[in-house]
Design a protein around this ligand. Structure first.
Ligand code: GRG
Length: 301
C-alpha cells in the first residue's frame, strides 16, 4: 500500500480527539482524594496522560459517520479505554507478561503493588460498564443495550480475555498462521472491533453499514497486531514506551516469527487496503476511518 501521507487536518483531528478522550477520562475517573485514595490514584496514574488512544479514535471516527452526539462518544471512548487499560495493567503483572514499563512509566504493580494492580484492573473494567450503561446515554435504549452487549462479549472469555488465555497457553509452542490469527482476533482484535461498532451504535446507522464497518474493524484489529509484532521486533524500548523485543525473548509466536519481517510488513499493507475496501460504499463520511487505517499501518510506536 502506498502511503501518500495524511490529508490536511488528520493530525489535528487526531490530536483533538485524543484531547477529548483525555478530558473525558479525567472527568469520569474518581478523584484521588476520594476513599480508597490509593486505588483511585493508581487508576488515574495508569489511565491518564499516555497511550495512543487508538480505540477511542476509532469510536470517534465511526461516531462521526453515524452522527453520534459528542457527549455520548466521549463516554463510549472512556469505556473502551478503561477496558483497554485494565487489560494492559493485568497483562503486565508478574503472573502474565511480567513487565515493568508501560507508556514510558513504571507499571502499576511496580509503582504500587500487585494487589493494587489487580484491583485497578477490576475497577477499570467495571468503570467501563458503569459509563456505558449510564441511563439515557444513547438516544435509543435498544442500541445502548446492544452496545453494552458488544463490549461485554468483546472483553470476556469469548473475546479479549479468551485471546489472552490462548496466548498464555501458546508460549513456547509453534502456531500455524490460522491459529495465530484466531488468537489475535480475540486478544487484540475483539476490542478494536467493538470500538468501531460502539461508535456506530452511538449514532444511527443501518445494518448494511454496520456490517461494512464490522468488516473494516475486523481487518483493523488484525492489522494492529501485525504492526505491533513488527514494531516489537524492530523498534526500541524508548520509542515504544514498553519493553521491546519481548516476543522473541519469551518465545512467543508472532507474525514475524511465522512469516518473517518482510512478509509481515507486506501483510500489514494488504490488510490496510482490505479494511479500506470494506468502506467503499460509505462515501466521504468514512474518511477518518480510512485515514486511521493509514495511521495504524504506518505508526512507529
Ligand atoms: C489481561 C484480560 C487480559 C487481556 C490482556 C490486550 C492484552 C490482553 C494484552 C496486551 C499485550 C499486548 C502487547 C498486546 C498486543 C497489542 C496491544 C493491545 C498493544 C497495546 O495497545 P496500544 O499499542 O497501547 O494501543 P497504548 O499504550 O497506545 O494504549
Amino acid at each position: 500500500m502506498n502511503h501518500p501521507g495524511f490529508k490536511p487536518g488528520f493530525k489535528d483531528w487526531m490530536a483533538q480527539q485524543q484531547n477529548h478522550a483525555e478530558a473525558a477520562l479525567e472527568k469520569a475517573l474518581p478523584v484521588s482524594t476520594v476513599v480508597p485514595e490509593i486505588l483511585h490514584e493508581a487508576m488515574r496514574y495508569t489511565a491518564l496522560g499516555g497511550g495512543k488512544r487508538v480505540r477511542p479514535l476509532l469510536a470517534y471516527a465511526a461516531g462521526e459517520l453515524s452522527g453520534a452526539k459528542a457527549d455520548t462518544l466521549n463516554a463510549v471512548a472512556c469505556a473502551l479505554e478503561c477496558i483497554h487499560v485494565y487489560s494492559l495493567v493485568h497483562d503486565d503483572m508478574p503472573c502474565m507478561d511480567d513487565d515493568n514499563l508501560r507508556r514510558g512509566k513504571p507499571t502499576v504493580h511496580v509503582k504500587y503493588d500487585e494487589a493494587t494492580a489487580l484491583l485497578v484492573g477490576d475497577a477499570l473494567q467495571t468503570q467501563a460498564f458503569d459509563l456505558l450503561s449510564t441511563p439515557a446515554l444513547f438516544a435509543d435504549p435498544a442500541r445502548q443495550l446492544r452496545a453494552v452487549h458488544v463490549l461485554a462479549r468483546a472483553s470476556g472469555s469469548r473475546g479479549m480475555a479468551g485471546g489472552q488465555a490462548i496466548d498464555l497457553a501458546s508460549v513456547g509452542h509453534q502456531l500455524t498462521r490460522e491459529e495465530l490469527e484466531h488468537m489475535h482476533l480475540h486478544k487484540t482484535g475483539a476490542l478494536i472491533r467493538a470500538a468501531v461498532l460502539l461508535g456506530a451504535l452511538a449514532g444511527d446507522v443501518d445494518e448494511p453499514t454496520l456490517e461494512a464497518l464490522d468488516r473494516y474493524a475486523k481487518q483493523i484489529g488484525l492489522l494492529f497486531q501485525v504492526v505491533d509484532d513488527v514494531l516489537d521486533a524492530v523498534a526500541d524500548t524508548a520509542t515504544l514506551g514498553k519493553t521491546a523485543g519481548k516476543d522473541a525473548a519469551n518465545h512467543k509466536p508472532t507474525y514475524v516469527s511465522i512469516l518473517g519481517l518482510a512478509e509481515s510488513k507486506a501483510l500489514a499493507n494488504e490488510m490496510a487496503q482490505t479494511a479500506i475496501d470494506a468502506l467503499a460504499n460509505l462515501g466521504e463520511k468514512a474518511e477518518r476511518l480510512r485515514e486511521l487505517a493509514h495511521y495504524i499501518v504506518s505508526r512507529q510506536f
